[in-house]
Design a protein around this ligand. Structure first.
Ligand code: EZ4
Ligand code: CO
Length: 402
């Protein structure tokens, strides 16, 4: 089965998405997500200018060979732009192979390991009382796991909190600026989680995202302070370029740790996994080289009792969500899947086979990954430049991590 065409569809139904469509001489087509939040056109150019010309005429069934060709063959390995571009090709080819087999994608990976995929949703509030309301709302909607983010007294703008409710990660045509004060955050967060746990009772999982803002020692302090609240995980407690830094956190707290939404290859998490410095690995089918590479990461993780917890924010298109849910349905060391709700416009542009029920997402049984693209509708939403915010210290305006 030969690849006859490979082209990009860039649209912005509420936010930007880059989609790769691969067509074959047998009439089967496949879709891959190529969206890299705030850097969308870089991936589009990498694909358009350098990858797509090499695909024409290749056998669409040779997924592994094409993956190696694009990774080893490029000489320049890894990085978010490269690995997102490879992921788009990989996802589209798995979609085609599964359609050719007439099977839902999870069947090609090894079949079903679970009846559904436990997801966590977001509850964001401007203060503790507001966040308690949001957390209870999520519980009432049937979620078994809830990520809570709460405004901090004395800080004007904190990422993901705002006025509460849902947030869009890329919120402006130039980066907006948030401010940060670690002492205020560390004072407030344990009090907030005590209130959330009290309101929820013991049976619902609670999660929290630190967005890389603490030093390892501060992260250990927070982890310890949160131990009585029994978190499912504390996410991205500190930047992870230096994987050994996590030893300092691990020695001091039993609060489980999740890391990896910004990772793009197995090399970013090799030491974290092999030294059992984390509990959950958050790499995705999108930013970490597709199903072919994510499967390799999950298999390494399984040797060390590290489970998956794939990133699933709105900047990953429904195509990534569909592919991730097939992966989650199979992967033996599954932990949890993030589920942040896409806008109604996005869901209309990407008709999909997955559905939510009682705290679980179900990938559906259609052949392939089960997500399509309405190109006519997509054309009504042209690309609009948009950025993630930046984070500065309140004290003196210096740039800070996030
Ligand atoms: O900041 O998806 O866990 N979820 C997150 C998200 C990420 C965005 C980055 O593009 O941290 O909000
Ligand atoms: Co995160």
């Amino acid at each position: 089965m030969k690849i006859t065409s490979a082209r990009l569809i860039i649209c912005s139904p509420g936010r930007n998405f880059v989609t790769l469509k691969i067509e074959t001489d047998e009439g089967l087509t496949g879709l891959g997500d190529a969206t890299l939040n705030g850097r969308e056109l870089s991936v589009a150019s990498y694909l358009q200018d350098h990858v797509l010309p090499c695909l024409i005429g290749r056998d669409a069934h040779r997924i592994e060979d094409i993956w190696q060709y694009l990774y080893r063959g490029a000489y320049w390995r890894r990085g978010p732009v490269t690995m997102t571009a490879i992921a788009a090709v990989d996802m589209a080819l798995w979609d085609i192979k599964a359609k050719a087999a007439g099977l839902p994608l999870y069947q090609l990976l090894g079949g079903r390991s679970r009846e559904g995929v436990m997801v966590y949703t977001h509850a964001n509030g401007s203060d503790i009382a507001h966040t308690v309301d949001e957390v209870l709302k999520a519980k009432a909607e049937g979620y078994r796991a809830i990520r809570a983010q709460c405004g901090v007294p004395g800080l004007d703008k904190v990422y993901g909190v705002g006025k509460g409710g849902h947030y869009e990660p890329a919120d402006a045509s130039l980066p907006s600026e948030h401010d940060w004060d670690t002492a205020k955050y560390l004072r407030h967060t344990p009090k907030a989680f005590e209130a959330f746990r009290e309101a929820l009772g013991p049976d619902i999982h609670l999660l929290h995202d630190v967005h890389h803002r603490l030093t390892p020692n501060e992260a250990a302090q927070l982890g310890r302070a949160l131990e009585p609240c029994q978190l499912f995980w504390m996410e991205d407690p500190t930047p992870a370029e230096n994987q050994a830094a996590f030893r300092l956190i691990r020695e001091k707290t039993t609060t489980p740790i999740a890391v990896g939404e910004v990772f793009n290859s197995i090399w970013d998490c090799k030491q974290l996994i092999e030294e059992q410095l984390i509990d959950y690995i958050r790499t995705t089918v999108l930013h970490a080289g597709g199903i072919t590479h994510l499967r390799r990461i999950a298999d390494l993780a399984s040797l060390y009792q590290v489970r998956t917890g794939c990133h699933g924010a709105t900047d990953l298109s429904p195509i990534s969500m569909g592919a991730a849910l097939h992966f989650d349905t199979w992967v033996p060391n599954f932990g949890i899947q993030e589920y942040m709700h896409h806008s109604p416009q996005t869901l209309d542009v990407f008709p999909h086979d997955y559905h939510f029920k009682d705290g679980f997402l179900h990938c559906g049984e259609k052949p392939g990954h089960g997500v399509e693209l309405d190109e006519k509708l997509a054309a009504k939403y042209p690309y609009q430049r948009a950025y993630l915010p930046v984070n500065r210290l309140q004290r003196d305006g210096a740039m800070w991590d996030w």
